[in-house]
Design a protein around this ligand. Structure first.
Ligand code: DGT
Ligand code: MG
Length: 380
């Protein structure tokens, strides 16, 4: 504290991630990777508060313009609690954190990491399996677990789905979907969202947002798109969810709810690969993969298709661009600082008792009184 008092930091980091510019590349990866492992491990133990605390500390460090060289540099920074400071200090002194090393070596972390990476398997299921003695991919197959359709697809295409999707692959899939959409209605629009819109070169899936400039004309599009893609043999698996959002007359009850109600299709896409490139990078798993699908000239890729009416498009685009932490912080900022409720459909002003319409992301930031942060700087 005393050391801090005399220090005037030459950079300021605002408290909410949605007030900060967070680029993809930053000089403090050593620290943020460590803190995110602790965050993930806490999540595996369903300690939401602890997980968030580590993530918040990591997120602040991602916004620092300079490489941290001393704990004195932490002075005045928000959200970096005692525990995170200890971890950072140890890394500064020893190059590694013994706590993080311990987590990485732990059987539970390793098992949960593999199990939760399977499409359709969340922390709750992975935890139950772990308690039943399942440790790896092979154990799932040999234990004869009853799997959901989604998990069956996750297991079947595990090898492909655990290798990252490249930007080139994402663009290729986007083109294919665009062609299908254009054959139905040339005015309908397909936008790539998620990590790729934030400038990431690799991702775990492809997130596509579909809309139509004429309100109401987006209804029914998804079913037709699916019919076309399916008839081309491009959908290895898919599941749809209906739109359950009706224009609200009441203020949103759950301002922090992260789930949205758009019509949506979760799919596993069959992406053709140029024959000379082979299928995918090997994954480092000690488990047998003999029962999984080994692709030769194609690769399975997770693709999410989301349909938004044009009146909600700006909110949907903002909500689906992420990062997840940036979104969480936007909602928290809206609620705690502005008495507003934000989700991927709308923004409600609790003081004026009205919904604020927006046709661009810029307008939403303006409604919230926030400087506009472009997608490439939302990597919080
Ligand atoms: P990735 O795919 O791992 O490279 O990284 P992202 O950032 O693309 O993450 P992803 O694909 O899980 O989600 C993209 C964004 O969409 C993320 O910021 C949160 C949001 N999102 C994902 N699922 C849902 C959902 O069910 N409802 C809402 N409202 N947003 C979602
Ligand atoms: Mg994504």
């Amino acid at each position: 504290k005393a050391a801090c008092a005399s220090l005037t930091p030459d950079y300021m980091v605002p408290v909410y991630a949605c007030q900060r510019r967070t680029p993809l590349q930053h000089p403090n990866r050593l620290f943020t990777d460590a803190l995110e492992i602790l965050s993930e491990n806490a999540e595996f133990f369903e300690s939401e508060g602890r997980s968030l605390a580590f993530y918040k500390a990591s997120s602040v460090m991602k916004a620092l313009p300079i490489r941290l060289t001393s704990t004195v540099d932490l002075c005045g920074l928000p959200c970096i609690g005692e525990h995170s400071q200890r971890v950072i200090k140890e890394i500064l002194e020893d190059g590694v954190s013994s706590e993080v090393e311990g987590v990485l070596q732990s059987e539970r972390y390793q098992a949960m990491k593999v199990l939760t990476s399977i499409f359709g398997v969340g922390v709750k299921t992975a935890d139950r399996w772990y308690r039943e003695g399942i440790r790896n991919f092979g154990d799932i197959l040999s234990s004869g677990q009853k799997l959901t359709k989604e998990q069956e697809a996750g297991v079947k295409y595990f090898k492909d789905l655990s290798s990252p999707v490249t930007e080139e692959e994402a663009n290729s899939i986007t083109d294919t979907v665009r062609k299908a959409v254009a054959s139905i209605d040339t005015r309908a629009k397909v936008t790539i969202t998620g990590g790729f819109r934030r400038g990431k070169q690799r991702g775990h899936d492809v997130d596509l947002l579909i809309t139509h400039p004429e309100e109401g004309k987006e209804a029914g599009l998804l079913a037709q798109i699916i019919t076309i893609l399916d008839s081309q043999g491009l959908l290895l698996y898919y599941k749809t969810k209906e739109n359950t959002y009706t224009a609200p007359r009441e203020p949103p009850v759950k301002p922090h709810s992260t789930l949205d109600r758009f019509e949506r299709c979760f799919s596993v896409f069959k992406l053709s690969l140029p024959p000379f490139r082979g299928s995918q990078e090997p994954v480092s798993l000690s488990t047998p993969l003999d029962k999984t699908c080994i692709a030769t000239d194609w690769k399975a890729v997770r693709v999410d298709l989301v349909v938004s009416p044009c009146s909600q498009y700006a909110y949907a685009l903002l909500g689906w661009t992420g990062s997840q932490h940036f979104e969480r912080e936007l909602r928290r900022f809206a609620g705690s600082e502005k008495q507003m409720a934000l989700n991927s459909h709308a923004l409600y002003d609790r003081k004026q008792n009205e919904f604020l319409s927006a046709s661009t992301e810029e307008e939403i930031f303006a409604h919230l009184g926030l400087p506009f942060i472009p997608p490439h700087e939302r990597n919080a």
